[in-house]
Design a protein. Structure first.
Length: 364
């Protein structure tokens, strides 16, 4: 078998492979070469762009938006300052005003409707207490409350008024309970003493704070306007009955204790903690199963100690004028007496002279 170069080239020709390689090199060069100036290159196609990747694309036509302008103001139109303020501006037909409710604005949002008075508010009339209503209080941390009143005075059955000093901000239910307690329990107590109640000493009522003013403690009933601290009641004859005063009779303080524990859900006084040693705390806190707290220890009265009296003046004591003279004058009086004495007086025994000498001042 013979083998020659001519036959090898005829059988195994590489011209096709060489032409494909040349085309690939040409395409790579065309993609790698970029235009010098982009703005000018977008107008004309690249000379080596075989596949047409760099040809500019037609842009959509941009149409300018026409904004309608308002009509020119006529010369005879009145000025804004000349318009009367009492007249309402004209409204287009079928369009509700801003103040009137419409489809987009409900009636509740247009004008907030006033809440109807509660049953407590209707019962707390001027014949029971002077307690005007005040707006609801919305404070931080659920502080405040609804249906609040300012308790200024309590009207007794005989039309006398018991002033609350200072006026207490409370819920209506709490104010009603205080008024009922004063009218039915404290008024008869004052009558038994031969007088009537004139003032109620309010130590604290509404205050947005924690229990016992401790930072981070639970919200106190004072923060809910559901509590009051009372120190004493004052009578018309000027007498003051302090609920924690140990000089007040024990029987009277126990009478007050039983009355408040029967009406309020929480009663704190002396013996509960050192925060309530000088006043009593009353509130209407709601607990499970109507649980009540009554912690008030009625201490015994303080022992009465008789004051120290000076000793009685003896009968043989010299007059006060003589006893009040200073010792220097007494010495001068003795020298003058010795000079004025006669020789006969000198013969008197020394003991006798000492007996006639005035007594010195005594200490008291």
């Amino acid at each position: 078998m013979t083998f020659s170069l001519t036959e090898f080239r005829r059988k195994w020709s590489c011209r096709g492979f060489m032409s494909v390689g040349a085309a690939m090199v040409t395409a790579a060069l065309g993609l790698s070469l970029g235009p010098i100036e982009r703005a000018e290159a977008r107008k004309y196609p690249a000379p080596l762009d075989i596949f047409g990747l760099g040809t500019p694309r037609p842009r959509p036509a941009v149409h300018a938006a026409k904004i309608p302008l308002p009509r020119p103001r006529p010369e005879q139109a009145p000025r804004a300052a000349d318009k009367p303020t009492d007249e309402a501006p004209p409204q287009a037909e079928g369009k509700p005003s801003q103040d009137q409710p419409g489809a987009d604005k409900p009636a509740e949002a247009a004008s907030p409707a006033q809440k109807p008075p509660s049953a407590c508010r209707l019962a707390l009339t001027e014949d029971v207490a002077i307690a005007p209503s005040i707006p609801d209080i919305r404070g931080p941390g659920a502080c405040g409350g609804e249906d609040l009143v300012r308790l200024e005075a309590i009207v007794l059955p005989d039309k006398r008024k018991v002033a609350v000093k200072p006026a207490a901000i409370l819920r209506c239910t709490m104010a009603s309970a205080i008024a009922d307690w004063v009218r039915k329990d404290m008024a008869p107590l004052a009558t038994s003493l031969g007088s009537s109640i004139s003032d109620l000493d309010n130590f604290d009522s509404f205050e947005c704070r924690g229990r016992n003013r401790v930072a981070g403690a639970l919200l106190s009933e004072h923060g809910k306007a559901n509590a009051i601290d009372i120190r004493a009641i004052k009578l018309a004859n000027g007498q003051s009955i302090g609920f924690t005063d140990r000089t007040t009779s024990r029987e009277m303080r126990e009478r007050v204790l039983h009355s408040v524990c029967a009406r309020f859900s929480t009663v704190l006084g002396p013996g509960s903690d050192w925060y309530h040693e000088d006043h009593i705390h009353l509130d209407l806190a709601q607990r499970r199963n109507d649980y009540r707290i009554c912690q008030w220890h009625v201490w015994d009265p303080l022992p009465q100690v008789a004051p120290l009296l000076p000793a009685e003046r003896p009968e043989e004591a010299p007059p006060r004028e003589v006893a009040a003279k200073p010792e220097a004058k007494e010495g001068a009086d003795d020298e003058a007496a010795e000079k004025s004495t006669s020789p006969e007086d000198k013969s008197v025994p020394e003991k006798k002279a000492q007996s006639t000498k005035p007594a010195t001042k005594k200490r008291r």
